[in-house]
Design a protein around this ligand. Structure first.
Ligand code: 5GP
Ligand code: ZN
Length: 117
């Protein structure tokens, strides 16, 4: 990862505690917080604390953190008694990304339709 903190990044500010968020999980490398505009009863955002703009900016050095996002999603599901969930990483404007600090959405607590339609 090249940049620790990007100056005008909303999620870097949340990591630094400069903006409030409902923190659900935190370790040295990863922060999970509740989405401000939840699309499901449970909607968390899982992010690396280091600033990485998009999924395309992950490199081989980030494999461990990127993989751990999935393991943390699994742990959160267990902790919050969520029998099923969906994870999504919107990438670039064409992929629906609005905040350019890579994040994994984790949605649960309502019945998801099969597929993504
Ligand atoms: P994207 O479209 O980039 O994949 O998703 C960005 C997400 O960040 C959206 O679901 C949006 O509701 C959430 N979000 C935007 N600003 C804030 C904020 O200030 N705090 C929190 N907790 N979530 C935010
Ligand atoms: Zn950032």
């Amino acid at each position: 990862m090249k940049l620790t903190k990007a100056p005008d990044c909303l999620f870097c500010k949340i990591v630094a505690g400069e903006l409030p968020a409902e923190r659900l999980y935190e370790d040295e490398d990863i922060l999970v917080f509740a989405d401000i505009s939840p699309q499901a009863p449970f909607h968390a955002l899982l992010i690396p604390k280091e600033h990485v703009a998009t999924l395309n900016d992950f490199g081989p050095e980030d494999v461990s953190v990127a993989g751990r996002l999935f393991l943390i999603a699994k742990s959160l599901a267990k902790e919050h008694d969520l029998p099923g969930y969906r994870v999504v990483v919107n990438t670039n404007p064409e992929g629906g990304q609005v905040v350019f600090h890579v994040h994994m959405h984790m949605l649960a607590g309502r019945q998801m339709k099969p597929g993504l339609g």
